[in-house]
Design a protein around this ligand. Structure first.
Ligand code: HEM
Length: 453
């Protein structure tokens, strides 16, 4: 039996995806079931929305499925991926033996005890944001959260206070790269674009040079000073492969540091902005959050030791990522033919897993469109593991998931123990699905020290 596919030309689906990819994927799942062919010229693309099939694909070895698109069936060669040209062979975009070696080296930097050490940074920097707000003023929460998470990676990855100009430049550069995916992948077309004296190319190259200059300068300074700090850069420079004893060359350190800088702030900033947006529309949830913070913290800054004592704050974060998963799409390419949900799919097929769709599937989530943090306070034994996968899973699971969770929970706790927020408009904020799920517009909210009337 053939995999179901929507009628009409590929152009119709492409147009619909361009207009509204989240709506199109949701409709494809609803109308055609847990596996559906997405008709795109030149590619065998399938949307797979069944948690058991997603589980199987995400946890399979790197010899069965690979990241990125392309024709290669060599598990050591990374496929094309947006952001590849920026992140090089960093953890997010590399493959095969190189990825395995780097992941082995970098894993210990994200162990529980290390993340606990960073918790003071998370709370201190969130408190700096809380201090900068004034009663009754309107803040663009997405900008504030982006600045906060960038400052956090600046301090934890590089142990520096990234200055405001560099921060603004990194943000603008990333926005441009996400809006035009052509800037991300390393293809003959993008290499040609790099050589043309177009104003956009000149700007792109200048920004890349600025970012690289900053990172190499930080690497050189850290090498010169003996790299003994507990920031991730020092740890990358001193890390030794447990099998070979080798340290990392500067180019690899650059790729990993830029990966952590970019992957480590953008997603968490979006998750926090969406959490604020949802709390703004749910005064009862906001007051339940404040009650928990008042009773556990009694006004003081939260610490790593408070994390297990803040179940509702954690639930707010989990529920926000259910409704607005920052990594809204994850893809895998088949390296050999395989049966998926009873269909034999050929080598080269691309499987798309869309947390936005699965996280709102009424089969697993009662009242799926409702923001209900309390659903996380009780475990549902019938819900499959991959009905919720904001951090992916298996060997390529987000290395920063414990980091992100601690960071987000401590940031929410620090800010909401002092402030209430009210949206300036009742209109919902639309998501903009680029590589990550950003708010399409600013997220203006009034911050107030007293509960809104
Ligand atoms: C709410 C915040 C975050 C979300 C939702 C998120 C989501 C994800 C997802 C879904 C993946 C897997 C992608 C795939 O399988 O194709 C991933 C990978 C990754 N993430 Fe995150 N992430 C977050 C925060 C962070 C942070 C804070 C860091 C680092 C400080 C980080 C670093 C990485 C890296 C390096 C990878 C690649 C891992 C590998 O392939 O070995 N992420 N992330």
């Amino acid at each position: 039996m053939a995999v179901p596919r929507p009628p009409g030309s590929a152009l119709t689906t492409l147009r619909a995806m361009r207009r509204d990819s989240l709506g199109t994927f949701t409709a494809l799942r609803r109308e055609y079931g847990p596996i559906v062919r997405v008709p795109v010229p030149g590619a065998r693309l399938y949307l797979v929305s069944d948690p058991a099939a997603i589980h199987e694909a995400m946890t399979a070895t790197g010899r069965t499925y690979a990241k990125g698109s392309g024709r290669s069936t060599d598990p050591d060669r990374p496929g094309f991926q947006p952001l590849q040209r920026i992140l090089g062979m960093g953890l997010l975009t590399s493959a095969g033996e190189h990825w395995r070696r780097q992941r082995r080296l970098i894993n210990p930097l994200f162990h529980h005890a290390r993340v606990a050490e960073y918790c003071a940074v998370f709370a201190d920097l969130a408190e700096r944001t809380a201090d900068s707000w004034h009663d009754g003023e309107v803040r663009d929460i997405h900008t504030d959260m982006t600045e906060l998470t960038l400052a956090i990676v600046g301090r934890t990855v590089f142990d520096v206070d990234l200055d405001a100009t560099i921060m603004r430049r990194i943000r603008e550069w990333l926005t441009e790269n996400m809006a035009t995916a052509r800037r991300g992948a390393d293809t003959p077309w993008t290499r040609l674009l790099d050589k043309l004296p177009l104003p956009s190319t000149r700007r792109w190259n200048a920004d890349r040079r600025a970012l690289d200059a900053l990172v190499y300068q930080l690497i050189a300074a850290r090498r010169a000073s003996g790299a003994t700090g507990s920031d991730l850069l020092s740890l990358l420079l001193s890390a030794r492969d447990e099998q070979t004893g080798a340290t990392m060359p500067d180019l690899d350190v650059r790729d990993e540091a830029v990966t952590l800088l970019l992957a480590g702030h953008e997603t968490t900033a979006n998750a926090l902005a969406w959490a604020f947006h949802l709390l703004g529309g749910a005064p009862a949830a906001q007051s339940a959050l404040r009650s928990e913070l008042d009773s556990v913290l009694d006004g003081r800054l939260p610490t790593a030791a408070d994390l297990p004592r803040l179940p509702y704050t954690k639930a707010v974060f989990a529920e926000s990522m259910r409704l607005y998963p920052p990594a809204w799409i994850v893809a895998r390419r088949l390296l050999s033919p395989r049966d998926v949900l009873g269909h034999r799919l050929p080598t080269g097929s691309m499987l798309l897993f869309c947390p936005w769709v699965v996280h709102r599937d009424p089969q697993w989530w009662p009242e799926p469109e409702q923001f209900r943090p309390q659903r996380w306070l009780r475990k549902d034994p019938d819900r499959p593991r991959y009905a919720y996968f904001p951090f992916g899973g298996g060997p390529r699971q987000c290395i920063g998931n414990g980091f992100a969770e601690a960071e987000a929970v401590l940031a929410l706790a620090t800010l909401f123990r002092r402030w209430y927020v009210t949206p300036v408009s009742r209109d919902p904020i639309r998501p903009r699905p680029l590589i990550t799920l950003r708010p399409a517009t600013p997220v203006p909210m009034t911050v107030s020290a007293a509960p809104p009337a």
